[in-house]
Design a protein around this ligand. Structure first.
Ligand code: FAD
Length: 510
């Protein structure tokens, strides 16, 4: 910020609660235990107020990037705030370098709009790959299951740089390495987002806010209703730390699978476990070939018991995950075809968290709605993905799948083309907030198909587009005219109608 702007700063008075005083000016008294130890501390600090924005998008992952670009496309003045040093969220900082949920198993697009154009542009720059299925092979190195095979492998470093360019050319203001730590709410509206970075604390006035943190951080900080993890006990699905290997011989891996030289990997893992060589609580071997021929993303690890909204628990998860990544590499080298010469390329710096908070809106999408319900009139996009949200205690067990047969327990007819209704992104009671991404208002199992990155981008695009109506019409997020929103989304190439979907192949068991 230049000196002129610094001089024009106003100041906002804000109370914050913290466990540590650091260098803040103490004011008032904190709570103490009978022994006199402080358990909570109250302090007041005057922090600078920066220039204002029409929309502040909090979180620069798939949903946040799409939201920021869409809002900017509508002519709004947008600030995108990201806690990590790069945009892209799990795709880049989490090394989950495989955009899923946007194409059918025949390679047709189910998510259009910004997702499709970002994929195509990234691919044209060599940062992503739109894979073709080799017709003569059963094994497909870019993903093994029908849900996975038409994912989009990407290079996280190239995509992070590509997203910088996208934001710059669109005119989105970006703050990296900056965390949203609080909000100011007046009359059920967020007036300011409180940020923290190397420059200290600052308050950004916002007309509208999009919470794309994946954890509903902004919603929770603003007093919205949220559900953490499972309804019955708050437990969350296991975390993972993803890593990339190079020097992987995908041809050897494929041949071993196709020619049946190796037992099925679950059987192999069970053998290794019996011999004491597989100490982990999961029977999973998931690798995906990335853009470079010899590079694989490994998404095998499952770390049960990590609480993604607890700092200490996340730290434990990161430390355990890094150790486990190198242990897995040793086992892969010794026992899995194609990995004999594999080397560690990168271990993610961000822990892979699949589930934390979900907002509780007036509407929550349930499995039953997808199975028996009528079409949802406010559908703003679709996902093409399965019921993938492992059990908190049993990392290899998926919801709605019978453990003994490996088949779905229930006929969830429309499971592989899950609609995304606008209402699941509307929190309550705050009026000028939308929440796209993996923290939407759904019954927990519905997160399985919706949490992957292509549908998250569709959600972000819908929220960023809706922001124009909300701001110009001075209405609440819940009052958006969905028919107008859908019309605008169609205009920009998004797929919002079931009739516009390609013919979806029949649902397959995992
Ligand atoms: C291990 C693992 C494997 C997965 N595999 C796949 C896969 O292969 N393909 C696929 O499509 N999906 C996959 N997923 C799911 C997918 O990656 C996520 O669900 C998706 O990225 C969610 O998008 P999002 O935008 O909601 O959140 P995120 O991608 O998590 O992005 C949120 C962003 O907000 C930032 N942020 C969070 N809090 C704050 C804050 N307070 N202040 C500032 N910034 C903040 C974060 O740093 C992050 O960049 C996987 C997930 C995990 C954990």
């Amino acid at each position: 910020m230049n000196t002129h702007k610094m001089n024009r700063r106003r100041f906002l008075q804000k109370s914050v609660f913290s466990g540590s005083a650091a260098a803040l000016t103490l004011c008032g008294c904190g709570k103490t235990t009978p022994s006199g130890n402080a358990t909570a501390l109250s302090y007041t600090k005057r922090i600078p107020v920066t220039e204002s924005y029409d929309v502040v998008v909090c979180g620069g992952g798939p949903s946040g990037c799409a939201a920021a670009l869409a809002a900017r496309r509508e002519g709004l003045n947008v600030l995108l705030v990201e806690g990590q040093s790069q945009l892209g969220g799990m795709a880049t900082s989490g090394l989950v370098s495989h955009w899923l949920g946007g194409r059918t198993q025949n390679g047709e697009w189910v998510v259009g709009g910004l997702f499709r154009s970002i994929v195509q542009e990234a691919a044209s720059r060599g940062g992503a790959k739109v894979p073709e299925l080799p017709k003569d092979r059963v094994y497909h190195p870019y993903g093994w299951l029908p849900w996975f095979i038409h994912g989009i492998p990407l290079d996280p470093f190239a995509v992070a740089q590509f997203l910088d360019d996208k934001m710059q050319s669109a005119g989105v203001a970006v703050l990296l390495d900056t965390r949203v730590i609080d909000t100011q709410v007046r009359n059920e509206r967020i007036t300011h987002i409180v940020l923290q970075n190397k420059g200290g604390l600052q308050a950004v006035p916002a007309t509208m806010v999009i919470d794309a943190t994946g954890d509903a951080d902004v919603a929770a900080l603003s007093g919205c209703e949220v559900q953490v993890g499972r309804e019955e006990d708050g437990l969350m699905t296991p975390a993972s730390l993803t890593f990339h290997l190079y020097n992987v011989d995908h041809r050897a891996l494929g041949d071993a699978i196709e020619i049946g030289k190796t037992p099925k990997f679950r059987e192999k893992i069970s053998e290794l476990r019996q011999k004491g060589e597989w100490p982990f609580p999961y029977d999973i071997f998931i690798t995906v070939k990335l853009v470079q021929e010899d590079v694989a993303m490994v998404n095998t690890m499952r770390l049960p018991g990590v609480n993604g909204i607890d700092g200490r628990s996340r730290t434990k998860g990161l430390v355990a995950g890094r150790k486990e990544a190198f242990e897995l590499l040793k086992i892969f080298r010794k026992h899995f075809p194609g990995f004999q010469k594999a080397e560690m390329k990168a271990v993610a710096s961000s822990l892979g968290i699949r589930e934390t908070r979900r907002i509780r809106g007036d509407f929550s999408l349930r499995v039953a709605d997808l199975r028996d319900g009528p079409e949802l009139p406010d559908t703003v996009g679709f996902s093409m993905y399965g019921w993938d949200l492992p059990d908190p205690h049993k990392p290899s067990v998926q919801p709605l799948v019978d453990e003994s047969t490996g088949k779905y327990v229930d006929k969830v007819q429309k499971a592989l083309s899950t609609p995304i209704p606008y209402r699941i992104m509307v929190p309550r009671p705050v009026l000028n907030l939308l929440c796209p991404g993996r923290a939407v208002s759904v019954e927990r199992d519905v997160l399985g198909p919706l949490r992957v990155m292509a549908p998250c981008m569709a959600m972000g695009e819908a929220c960023g587009t809706a922001a124009a109506q909300i701001i110009r019409g001075k209405i609440a997020a819940a009052e958006v005219t969905v028919s107008r929103l859908k019309a605008r989304l169609r205009e920009v190439g998004a797929i919002v109608d079931r009739q516009a979907l390609p013919v979806i192949p029949p649902r397959q068991d995992p």
